[in-house]
Design a protein around this ligand. Structure first.
Ligand code: 3UK
Length: 509
């Protein structure tokens, strides 16, 4: 499928509405809080869209979502898209400073949040003059607003290349980059990977440890299932809790499970996993976010009888662009390219490297974003004509499978989510005891990368286990906890260049 196969005027609310009227009574979303049919969901979407209109939201303006995975998230998301506005999906684990930056950058006009975020948002409002309305899910105001809104809503005839959604991804120095996607990208990725590679059908029921705010989750657990008329299962709670994820599998019986490698590693650490939870509904598992080490794949297969399909995706491409496929898996690799995505491995001068050698991974597709919002320079170095520079190093083996060989920047993927060493370092430097530090990735016992901090203390402080713990706790409080260093090594000196820049590569194990 090509973008040109879609109508010129295409609105991605089609992903839901294509199921009407045939599947009006089929459950679209299962969750512990609420279940909803395609018919009722469509009404909920119309109410949200009409409600946003009533608040003055117009074509191209941004509606921000800072919410747990829920029916309301989905209603607000597609309601925004249907009126030609842009749905900003915010990671729920960020700091107030990050929210301020993002909301200002995209001039969000309305924000929909769950009440646990209401206080954080309220404290930012003085700095965000363009944020006119904050709607707290479940509040009386929200209920009244929705109740008053019309269930009839005409779809705005957006161009298939108009922007429908926005996600922020971390940069090397921790600054967020806004990545817009067009209406066309949603059905395209659904067809190219969801259907053609994963083989989703309307008989599937998807579930993801990855949240809806991450395009791994939005695509895998919302867009792709709805595109084929399948249902999804949403979990409001944390996917870092094994019981949350596998208790949900046990209760709602999904056929497909998406997770980051760490989700599988954490589950394998539970001896009683398969006795405690009935996983028999699952037919296939998917992993992305960082590479899935072969031992995790093998142990998972031994323990559950299930294969894990590993594919590399990115927010820039919306979803997976190089992938293993059911029945054709080379454990430890990211698989092969598939229809709709071409890849190249090139040296630093842009020349193709021979098979077997490590090169920079470039990818060409019709689902790539056109650039980063308000980041002209960064856009020009990443989006090169038809090719997108991923920042990943890869090697192709003699059978055409691609093997991840690290990043060309210092960025880390921890639990499938970006961690900028610079951000962890500046947080550590915020602690009174730290004079200098450097953060690098180190593999844990499962072969998954976690932050390791090298720290030089001020003289008055003592290198001790207690001091190390205090630094880790400091990071855990000041940032999203997954970004904290898992280990601290005290050093007398850090390796530096002649100009005084810390050489992280010399510290990598
Ligand atoms: C790394 C992987 C090895 C790689 C994502 C699936 O992770 C996603 O998007 P992000 O923008 O990060 C992209 C970067 O993450 N990566 C992702 N998957 C793998 N490395 N093996 C993998 N399987 O460095 C890539 O450039 O956060 C993944 C679908 C949608 C996504 N947004």
């Amino acid at each position: 499928m090509k973008a040109a196969d879609l109508p010129l005027h295409y609105n991605a609310v089609d992903i839901v509405e294509r199921n009407l009227p045939a599947r009006a009574d089929k459950t679209a979303i299962y969750s512990a809080e609420r279940e909803i049919t395609f018919g009722a969901l469509s009404e909920e979407i119309n109410r949200h869209g009409s409600g946003f209109r009533d608040l003055g939201v117009r074509f191209g303006e941004t509606v921000a979502l800072l919410a747990l995975d829920s029916v309301e998230w989905v209603g607000a998301y597609f309601g925004t898209i249907k009126i030609g506005a842009v749905a900003l999906s915010l990671n729920t684990m960020l700091t107030p400073d990050e929210y301020r930056l993002m909301l200002a950058d995209c001039r969000a006009k309305v924000l929909v949040c769950h009440d646990m975020f209401a206080e954080t948002v309220a404290a930012l409002r003085d700095d965000l003059p363009e944020l006119e309305h904050v709607l707290v899910i479940g509040s009386d105001e929200y209920r009244d607003w929705l109740a008053k809104a019309s269930t009839e809503l005409e779809t705005v005839a957006t161009h298939r290349e108009d922007i429908c959604c926005l996600n922020y991804s971390s940069g090397t120095t921790g600054e967020p980059k806004g990545i817009p996607h067009a209406h066309k990208d949603l059905p395209l990725t659904a067809q190219l990977w969801g259907v053609n590679v994963l083989g989703l059908t309307e008989n599937d029921r998807t579930f993801a440890g990855a949240k809806l705010f991450f395009t791994f989750g939005t695509g895998g657990n919302l867009i792709f299932p709805f595109y084929v008329g399948a249902s999804c299962v949403l979990l409001a709670g944390s996917p870092r809790d094994v019981h949350n994820v596998f208790g949900t599998v046990d209760t709602f019986k999904p056929t497909v499970l998406y997770n980051a490698p760490t989700g599988y590693a954490m589950a394998l650490a539970r001896e009683d996993l398969t006795e405690k939870y009935d996983l028999s509904s699952l037919r296939i598992c998917v992993s992305a976010g960082e590479s899935l080490p072969a031992p995790i794949f093998e142990h998972w297969r031994e323990r559950t009888g299930l294969d894990i399909v590993d594919g590399i995706g990115s927010t820039e491409n919306y979803h997976i662009f190089l992938s293993n496929r059911p029945g054709d898996i080379r454990p430890g690799s990211s698989g092969k390219p598939f229809e709709g995505y071409e890849v190249r491995l090139v040296d630093d001068d842009g020349q193709d490297v021979p098979a077997g050698e490590v090169g920079n991974l470039w990818v060409k597709s019709e689902t790539a974003s056109l650039g980063y919002l308000h980041q002209y320079d960064k856009t020009r170095t990443t989006f090169r004509g038809e090719w997108l520079v991923t920042g990943d190093k890869y090697r192709m083996d003699e059978d055409g499978y691609y093997w991840h060989s690290g990043r060309s920047d210092d960025m880390l993927k921890v639990g499938g989510i970006w961690v900028s060493p610079v951000e962890v370092e500046s947080t550590l430097l915020g602690h009174e005891s730290v004079m200098e530090c450097a953060v690098v990735g180190q593999e844990d016992q499962d072969g998954l990368v976690k932050p390791l901090a090298f720290v030089k203390l001020h003289e008055a402080f003592e290198e001790s286990e207690t001091q190390a713990k205090a630094l880790i706790a400091h990071c855990s409080d000041a940032m999203a906890s997954y970004k904290r260093p898992r280990w601290v090594e005290f050093v007398e000196e850090l390796p530096k260049t002649a100009t005084g820049k810390i050489q992280r590569f010399k510290l990598r194990g």
